[in-house]
Ligand binder design. Structure first.
Ligand code: ADP
Length: 205
């Protein structure tokens, strides 16, 4: 774990629908090592995932699907209405995510490490863990449009998810680097190229 701490690392974040996954994949294609904390959280809560027994014990079988995965829709609704349930769920998930993340970071091969962390700005431990914070930025209208067209969720639900995240201004204030993703996908490549060159240089120092 100590070795992981010393390695040059980027924390990539942004609001829902900002384009985190898109940008992470582009940096990965250029040689960065990606650790996606959302993916890890999904694996922990998939059938047979290591968070499932404790979720079952604390919340009951009603929060699991027939296949034995976390019923995300049901849990999302429940924790929105009950902050205590939210912190109970987080106290199950966060330590497991941390362990799996560090394991993945040690195994990852690449010029430098990128942790993709949707709620990085909200977490002081994540801000301390990474060498630099990269924010993928776009307007709230753009976020809404993208998430609705990707997921089909009703607008009110997307707005509620956005309201539970840091604001655009809070994210920008925490950023060392910003990628503007309000425009066409083609506008990303030059920005990604510039940052990849910077990160590759910094990782060698
Ligand atoms: P996040 O990981 O931050 O939620 P994604 O990278 O998954 O965001 O992007 C959200 C959705 O918007 C995806 O369907 C993606 O293909 C699309 N998208 C991302 N960037 C752009 C862009 N510049 N123009 C149009 N669509 C985009």
């Amino acid at each position: 774990m100590e070795q992981g701490k010393r390695r040059f690392s980027i924390g990539l974040t942004g609001g829902i629908g900002s384009g985190k996954t898109t940008v992470a994949d582009m940096l990965g294609a250029r040689g960065a090592a990606l650790v996606d904390t959302d993916l890890i959280a999904h694996q922990l809560t998939a059938p047979g995932g290591s968070a499932i027994p404790e979720i079952h014990a604390q919340f009951g079988a009603a929060f699991l699907t027939a296949e034995g995965a976390l019923d995300r829709g049901r849990m999302r609704q429940y924790v929105f209405s009950d902050p205590q349930a939210k912190s109970r769920l987080e106290s199950i998930l966060h330590p497991l995510i941390r362990i799996e993340t560090e394991r993945a970071a040690e195994a990852a091969q690449g010029a430098y490490l990128i942790f993709v962390v949707p709620l990085l700005v909200e977490s002081s431990s994540w801000k301390e863990r990474v060498s630099r914070v990269l924010v993928v930025d776009c307007s709230e209208e753009t976020q809404l449009r993208r998430v609705i067209s990707r997921s089909g969720l009703p607008e009110a639900q997307v707005r509620a998810i956005m309201a539970a995240q840091a604001t655009r201004a809070q994210r920008l204030a925490a950023a060392d680097d910003v990628i503007d993703n309000d425009g066409e996908p083609a506008a990303l490549a030059p920005q990604v190229d510039r940052l990849h060159a910077l990160y590759s240089r910094l990782a060698m120092q």
